[in-house]
Design a protein around this ligand. Structure first.
Ligand SMILES: Nc1ncnc2c1ncn2[C@@H]1O[C@H](COP(=O)(O)OP(=O)(O)O)[C@@H](O)[C@H]1O
Ligand SMILES: Cc1ncc(COP(=O)(O)OP(=O)(O)O)c(N)n1
Length: 279
């Protein structure tokens, strides 16, 4: 049977992040992708040039149209932009609490543009964190959500614990922003006590646009296929490692990753991701 996933996110006209990255990732992992658009960005590899949010009633109508008709097996949220949209999404998803929900708390694009209004952080914390199956913040996002500074691996663990205490069932704290270390290390922690680090070689490249969206979409696709949380994040890490390694030289700035790399190379070689301190 066809596995179906839903992404609730913003559009990136450049195609490397947002809804476009999510749908490409779903497709590459053999999952049928459905989508709800929350905002439109005029964006390319040089940055975000304009943002326009979608009317809340239209966001609600899209969610209802998809969930009333499709057998959605996992849901992901990305750019939600405002507290009004966050509240509407949380409200619509209440009736679907049995479907795994991955929250990528998108706040700021790598170029510095804001993709979430400042006051909406409170809504994210109070309405979506408590219902998340998995939350996938990068380091700056985790710092904003918890108010804790992250400089070391120990800080990552303290912060992940804090995020769990705020209601998420599991946390995948992405370490891509820790440029002090020669590896890209992400921490997984769940309320069931499971915890491990996923370490891969840090690739020296500027083609990392959309890595966070792609990682969360890959985990969502795997959950939609019925994989466990642990299996899903490990596949997502391998997926993003290969996508970065085979990054595409497009545009004049921070280019996109190659969403097709995992499917092309998976049979030959995985992304050499090591699991550390597995418990
Ligand atoms: N240069 C890199 N080399 C290898 N992996 C990376 C690199 N940059 C980021 N990653 C990985 O990409 C994923 C997204 O990370 P991150 O950059 O922290 O998130 P975001 O795109 O949300 O800012 C994580 O799995 C991280 O480890
Ligand atoms: C429309 C849209 N949504 C999300 C992002 C952020 O994507 P991310 O994967 O965190 O990658 P960067 O933008 O930080 O490279 C986005 N840019 N646009």
């Amino acid at each position: 049977m066809t596995s179906v996933a839903l992404t609730i996110a913003g559009s990136d006209s450049g195609g490397g992040a947002g809804i476009q990255a999510d749908l490409k990732t779903f497709q590459e992992l053999g999952v049928f992708g459905t989508s709800v658009l929350t905002a439109i960005t005029a964006q390319n590899t040089l940055g975000v040039h304009a943002v326009q949010s979608v009317d809340v009633a239209m966001v609600t109508a899209q969610i209802q149209a998809v969930l009333n008709d499709f057998p959605v097996k996992a849901i992901k949220t990305g750019m939600l932009f405002s507290s009004e949209i966050i509240e509407a999404v949380a409200n619509e998803l209440k009736a679907y609490s049995a479907i795994p929900l991955v929250i990528d708390p998108v706040m700021i694009a790598k170029g510095g543009a804001s993709l979430l209004q400042n006051e909406a952080v409170i809504a994210l914390r109070s309405h979506l964190l408590p219902v998340a199956t998995l939350i996938t913040p990068n380091i700056p996002e985790a710092e904003v959500l918890t108010g804790q500074r992250i400089l070391t691996e120990r800080d990552m663990k303290l912060t992940a614990n804090r995020l769990l205490s705020m209601g998420a069932s599991a946390v995948l704290l992405k370490g891509g922003h820790r440029e002090d270390v020669p590896y890209a290390e992400d921490l997984f922690m769940s309320t069931s006590g499971e915890h491990f680090l996923m370490r891969s070689k840090r690739i020296a490249t500027q083609h990392t646009h959309g890595t966070g969206c792609t990682f969360a979409a890959a985990a969502t696709a795997e959950l939609a296929k019925g994989r466990s949380l642990e299996e899903s994040v490990v596949t997502a890490k391998n997926f993003i490692q290969l996508a970065i390694e085979d990054g595409i030289e497009l545009g004049n700035g921070q280019g996109p990753t190659n969403h097709a790399a995992f499917r092309k190379r998976n049979q030959l070689k995985t992304g050499e991701v090591k699991l550390i301190e597995r418990r």
